[in-house]
Design a protein around this ligand. Structure first.
Ligand SMILES: [Zn+2]
Ligand SMILES: [Zn+2]
Length: 343
């Protein structure tokens, strides 16, 4: 890691995804485009070869969600074959492999974060909680941790580069939730390690994680229902669509997935009654293919073999990065309520 993150504004230039192939070939030439396509295909192939779970999940969502989207569309005229639907399907099919890569990174991050030490210290307190309350307390804590992880991924520029991939989709539907960088979410690992070390069972924590992932996929659906009566208690597609909205008043809002409680508590809840979200996407230019998207946040990180070649220098850079990250997390936690990113 050569580059150290600084808090710089997120670029405000808006780029349309019109005719991506033409733009791509102009910059790269046909040969370059062919290589990128081949590499993407290899990732998808390896993903399906490793496990067909992604493919099955995609088919289940297609069968369950697409008919509802057709009958009650939120954005009328948005087709199943909307721009870049193949890209999101590629992410879906590769998801078991991408998740495995993410899991390996998460285990490493969890170990070196040392979050399990305060977790072990909290263990005597957790054992005092009556067992029938444990799942509820565990759920609220898990959601709290997800809220803050998600918020850090938005408000710290170096982390945003990872999460921007998920937000780069300009069309929300049954398959768009799959588009995510394998390291998007890795930062939740220390909190996971903390909860498990504190005595919350890995099974319960795992169930919450799976629940969050499944719900998370459904929240992207292009459906008309607002589920107004659910707004105060539960995450809804309306809430998550606002989260994806690129309209200024909606930026840095609605980080919660399962429940809106922590958004309400920490001042990031945004659910206007007289408006509905309409523009999604990000301001920066992100290439519309999987290979470039996976590399996008890793640009400038430097050659990974530098860890072997210059171990001490790498440790120093790593520590500096870690220190900077801590400083920025503190900034995010204490920033004024209702603040918007510098434009
Ligand atoms: Zn987000
Ligand atoms: Zn999303």
């Amino acid at each position: 890691m050569e580059e150290v993150a600084t808090f710089e504004p997120i670029p405000a230039e808006r780029v349309e995804y019109s005719q991506p192939v033409v733009e791509e070939t102009k910059e790269r030439g046909w040969m370059g485009v062919a290589i990128i396509r081949l590499l993407s295909l290899l990732i998808v192939g390896a993903g399906v070869y490793y496990s067909t779970e992604g493919l099955v999940a995609m088919l289940v969502l297609f069968i369950l969600v697409v008919p509802v989207e057709k009958l009650f569309p939120r954005h009328r005229g948005q087709k199943v074959r909307r721009p870049l639907y193949k890209l999101d399907m590629s992410y879906a099919m590769s998801s078991p492999l991408l998740n495995l890569v993410g899991l390996i990174a998460a285990v490493i991050v969890a170990l070196i974060s040392f979050a399990w030490i305060p977790g072990l210290m909290m263990r005597p307190v957790v054992t005092q909680i009556p067992s029938e309350w444990l799942p509820i307390v565990g759920f609220l804590l898990f959601d709290f941790v997800s809220y803050w992880t998600h918020r850090f991924y938005h408000e710290i520029p170096v982390l945003w580069k990872f999460h921007a991939i998920h937000h780069s989709t300009e069309h929300l539907d049954w398959v768009s939730g799959f588009r995510a960088h394998p390291f998007d979410g890795t930062l939740i690992a220390p909190a996971f390690a903390f909860l498990i070390a504190a005595g919350f069972s890995p099974e319960i924590t795992g169930v919450f994680a799976i629940f969050q992932i499944v719900l998370g996929l459904l929240l992207h659906a292009n459906v008309r229902f607002r589920f107004r009566w659910l707004h105060p208690f539960l995450g809804t597609p309306e809430m998550h669509h606002w989260h994806h909205s690129n309209e200024e008043e909606a930026i840095w809002t609605n980080y919660g997935a399962a429940i809106p409680l922590w958004d309400q508590v920490f001042g990031t809840y945004y659910m206007p009654k007289d408006k509905r979200p309409s523009i999604y996407g990000v301001d920066e230019h992100i290439e519309p293919n999987m290979v470039d998207q996976i590399m996008y946040p890793l640009k400038g990180v430097g050659n990974p073999f530098n860890i072997v070649r210059h171990p001490f220098r790498s440790i120093k850079t790593g520590l500096k990065f870690y220190w900077n990250l801590m400083k920025q997390m503190k900034w995010v936690i204490f920033r004024p309520r209702g603040m918007k990113p510098p434009m």
